[in-house]
Design a protein around this ligand. Sequence first.
Ligand SMILES: CCCCCCCCCCCCCCCCCCCCCCCCCCCCCC(=O)SCCNC(=O)CCNC(=O)[C@H](O)C(C)(C)COP(=O)(O)OP(=O)(O)OC[C@H]1O[C@@H](n2cnc3c(N)ncnc32)[C@H](O)[C@@H]1OP(=O)(O)O
Ligand SMILES: NC(=O)C1=CN([C@@H]2O[C@H](COP(=O)(O)OP(=O)(O)OC[C@H]3O[C@@H](n4cnc5c(N)ncnc54)[C@H](OP(=O)(O)O)[C@@H]3O)[C@@H](O)[C@H]2O)C=CC1
Length: 498
Amino acid sequence: MSMIAAFYGGKSILITGATGFLGKVLIEKLCRTSPDLKVIYILVRPKAGHTLQQRVSQIINSKLFEKVREVCPNVHEKIRAISADLNQNDFAISKEDMQELLSCTNIIFHCAATVRFDDHLRHAVQLNVTATQQLLFMASQMPKLEAFIHISTAFSNCNLKHIDEVIYPCSVEPKKIIDSMEWWDDAIVDEIAPKLMGDWPNTYTYTKALGEMVVQQESGNLNIAIIRPSIVGATWQEPFPGWVDNLNGPNGMIVAAGRGFLRAIRASPLAVADLIPVDTVINLTLAVGWYTAVHRPKSTLIYHCTSGNLNPCNWGKMGCQVLSTFEKIPFEKAFRRPHADFTANTITVHYRNAVSHRAPAMIYDIYLWLTGRKPRMTKLMNRLLRTISMLEYFINRSWEWSTYNTEMLMSELSPEDQRIFNFDVRQLNWLEYIENYVLGVKKYLLKEDMAGIPEAKQHLRRLQNIYYLFNTVFFLIAWRLLIARSQIARNVWFFIMW
Ligand SMILES: CCCCCCCCCCCCCCCCCCCCCCCCCCCCCC(=O)SCCNC(=O)CCNC(=O)[C@H](O)C(C)(C)COP(=O)(O)OP(=O)(O)OC[C@H]1O[C@@H](n2cnc3c(N)ncnc32)[C@H](O)[C@@H]1OP(=O)(O)O
Ligand SMILES: NC(=O)C1=CN([C@@H]2O[C@H](COP(=O)(O)OP(=O)(O)OC[C@H]3O[C@@H](n4cnc5c(N)ncnc54)[C@H](OP(=O)(O)O)[C@@H]3O)[C@@H](O)[C@H]2O)C=CC1
């Protein structure tokens, strides 16, 4: 019998960020392995055109929940959506709902965050710091609470090279920043942001670091743990390989490379690509929830959920595997044949951006305009280049994360729990994982049918022929112009003909 699965039986669990990438996989695994849990409260904000119930139904009826619907047919009854906006006071939760949450909750998983790198500092502080503080305050009023699990990121201290499972202080106290945000106007925030952020590359990583400090400072008597995943990728094994549903991190790059937009990227091929599958993160999260509640460690433990020190793989190897998978399973509607490589210095980057990215986009837009359609490729390309510029920081450096707590926890699990809640990344075969990842992007993110592969291959052959034709015409014109202007070129031409 799995101790972890049994532990969640009969429990009332509160999840923030349940509609997000990690949140959905967390609910799925909880419902599948502990179908006898009492209730999962999820804090969901209403979104334009969708009621809360519609948002929940969309998740439960999705492909990801296929197995859950078999194991736990009454899954609808287990999930109780509570209308909440984490940007509002008291999360704008009704009095009755708040009362129920305070009196019933046993475990909290705090996943909600803004993960945008370019978010305004005020908004990032509000969600990643102030909301965390408010949730801790709520937790302190929950008599039945057994554990509070906070999801942070391994990059919250990306300004350091070696990172231990400890909380590193930021120079300005989060409480001061929260207070100041109330009276600073946007102009002041914009001016002061770079000074506050120091050597953090974006508001996301900086505010996640502040969020950890808040957790440390406001933990009181709570039983808390922090999980720091690195770059979270598609599922490795569960509920099935390759599931992914957003364009964040590597996903957008795989789409862009597979459709032939991305031709070159400034990345260090030898830098460690610290990717971690989302199901591994969730298995660790559930194991940490159990361990924190049952063993009640004396201090707040931090768990690194990373792959680099146990099973390292670099961007070079991953990029090659992504490209070779495109040969077998190409994406539909490609703009050009997938081919991309690494660039190293600024001059090459500018050259490749002009020649391999912007010029083809402009030529295509001219073609669209000439044929009476709306040009759109240049805009798309500019967006891609902006995204790449934000990711560059993370693909040109390597970090070392120590994983003592994570390894300690692994040794605490029974053999059955090690199997059901497997977070041992040493068992992961990267080449197989990347192939399933690309396949998953095609199937679950782009919603492409496998039956369309022959047509996609045919399309790529057509693109190849257009490429050859374009190059031949270009060469002939260039040669003709050269012959007209240069005696040496004429001599060479006559020599070849002769
Ligand atoms: C398996 C991996 C291997 C990768 C290999 C890939 C390529 C292969 C071959 C090449 C060989 C060369 C080798 C290459 C090797 C390197 C590859 C690099 C890969 C990846 C690097 C990942 C690094 C991640 C670092 C993570 C650190 C921290 C991790 C975390 O803790 S949190 C998660 C990370 N967060 C994010 O990723 C969020 C980032 N996103 C943003 O900040 C914003 O979205 C934005 C990028 C700033 C864009 O903002 P905008 O306002 O402009 O757009 P908006 O978001 O409103 O969206 C508008 C529309 O655009 C669509 N869209 C958004 N993002 C993308 C995208 N990435 N690609 C395409 N389209 C995108 C969006 O859907 C909207 O569409 P609409 O609704 O139709 O308008
Ligand atoms: N994805 C990754 O690569 C990594 C993620 N992490 C961490 O994991 C956690 C989850 O990330 P991920 O699932 O990828 O993020 P997503 O962007 O997919 O999900 C964010 C979640 O937060 C919710 N949310 C945002 N704003 C509010 C609000 N004002 N009120 C209520 N809910 C809100 C979103 O709800 P809605 O659906 O309404 O927008 C969504 O459910 C985060 O803490 C992140 O820092 C850490 C390392 C890597």
